[in-house]
Design a protein around this ligand. Structure first.
Ligand SMILES: C=C1C[C@]23C[C@H]1CC[C@H]2[C@@]12CCC[C@@](C)(C(=O)O1)[C@H]2[C@@H]3C(=O)O
Ligand SMILES: O=C(O)CCC(=O)C(=O)O
Ligand SMILES: [Fe+2]
Length: 357
């Protein structure tokens, strides 16, 4: 038997829940490299009632101006959101040795571990994650050898409901640009292969020097995020700076991802966002990362391009783009860009210069 605490086994898997002070490995030098602007009128992330007769227009406007919004009346049962949150809590409350049994392999996608983007930062993030692509069965069986069924059922039901909502959102987002689901046949005929990301942000002894999840855009078409009633999510808006996305009970947060940025030829820019931590509360979030079927070529929709608006991005599949993101992180989007914008300026939404830490 070893006598060292298991937090020493692997520096990347410190048990944050038991730390009384912030270790150097997690102390960020600067949390803000992007400018913040002071404004007398506080700018707030839109909240849209999906049963509003103008929902399509409101969604389109939110995608153009923010790339993030919250939705109410979204049709996902509240008790399913609660069950998912409870399942997440149960998972992260397991002892570290147990969680490590389902650790993500070095080049793998699924499993327990630090955020995939960690490799791009000199400091570690104050969070732990669990990624599920495909069935949760293999991992759940390692975590709870005799009682994995309940976890798997909640995950499956959650994915089912989120898929319905994602389709509805695609219909609204594209509809607002004059694009019909006929123009994007794959969106209704082929099944997508989504990912589910559970994030846990333990209470932090020194929140002002720690980062929960560093600034990034999602590689998805769109992401549906459920945050428990603890704030921490912030979105970046040009000209405004970082804005907190306040938790609203029962509401879900929708992010525009890089693939929708490409599909809309830049009309819907993907949103840069991050998660901050706090001193007293354990924060939990569940992200449903929705992309197209993995081998469908995604390129700017022909309805949105003409001589004056040439396609700005080359076509990519989701699986190729995930590889590009894993390699180039915040330069992934500009690496698939075809031509410079007509005004000659770098596209601010390509998130080229973001480096936090
Ligand atoms: C399907 C996806 C999308 C992934 C990779 C893979 C599984 C996990 C997703 C996330 C979730 C956390 C932020 C992010 C940036 C990360 O590090 O892992 C995401 C990434 C992406 O959107 O690129
Ligand atoms: O925890 C959050 O609020 C953000 C999570 C997130 O951005 C992600 O999982 O991609
Ligand atoms: Fe994200």
């Amino acid at each position: 038997m070893h006598t060292k605490p298991y937090t020493m086994i692997n520096q990347k898997h410190l048990d944050l829940n038991s730390m009384k002070e912030l270790p150097e490995s997690h102390a960020w030098l600067s949390l803000d490299e992007l400018p913040s602007y002071s404004s007398s009128t506080p700018d707030q992330v839109p909240v849209i009632n999906l049963k509003d007769p103008n929902a399509m227009e409101l969604v389109g406007h939110a995608c153009k101006t923010w790339g993030v919004f919250q939705v109410t009346n979204h049709g996902v049962p509240t008790n399913l959101l609660e069950q998912m949150e409870a399942a997440g809590r149960k998972l992260f409350a397991l002892p570290m040795q147990q969680k490590l049994k389902a650790a993500r392999s070095p080049n793998g996608v699924s499993g327990y571990g630090v955020a995939r983007i960690s490799a791009f930062f000199p400091k570690l993030m104050w969070s732990e994650g669990f990624t599920i692509v495909g069935s949760a069965y293999e991992h759940a069986r390692k975590l709870w050898p005799n009682r994995y069924n309940r976890f798997c059922c909640v995950i499956e039901e959650y994915k089912e409901e989120m898929n319905k909502l994602a389709q509805k959102l695609m219909f609204l987002m594209l509809g607002s640009l004059g694009v019909t689901m006929e123009d994007v046949k794959w969106a209704t005929t082929q099944r997508s292969c989504p990912a589910l990301q559970l994030n846990s942000y333990p209470a932090c002894p020194d929140p002002d020097r720690a980062m929960g999840l560093a600034a990034h855009t999602d590689s998805t078409l769109l992401t549906i995020l459920h945050q428990n009633n603890t704030s921490g999510l912030q979105a970046h808006k040009e000209g405004t700076g970082w804005v907190t996305v306040p938790p609203i009970p029962g509401a879900l947060v929708i992010n525009v991802g890089d693939l929708l940025h490409i599909l809309s030829n830049g009309l819907y820019p993907s949103v840069l966002h991050r998660a901050m931590v706090n001193r007293t509360q354990h924060r939990l979030s569940v992200a449903y990362l929705y992309g197209p079927p993995s081998n469908v070529q995604i390129s700017p929709l022909s309805k949105l391009t003409d001589q004056v608006h040439p396609p700005l991005y080359r076509s990519v599949t989701w699986s190729e783009y995930l590889g590009t993101k894993a390699k180039h992180f915040n330069k992934a989007l500009s690496s698939v860009r075809l031509c410079a914008p007509l005004n000659g300026f770098a596209d601010t939404n390509d998130h080229n210069g973001v480096r936090v830490g």
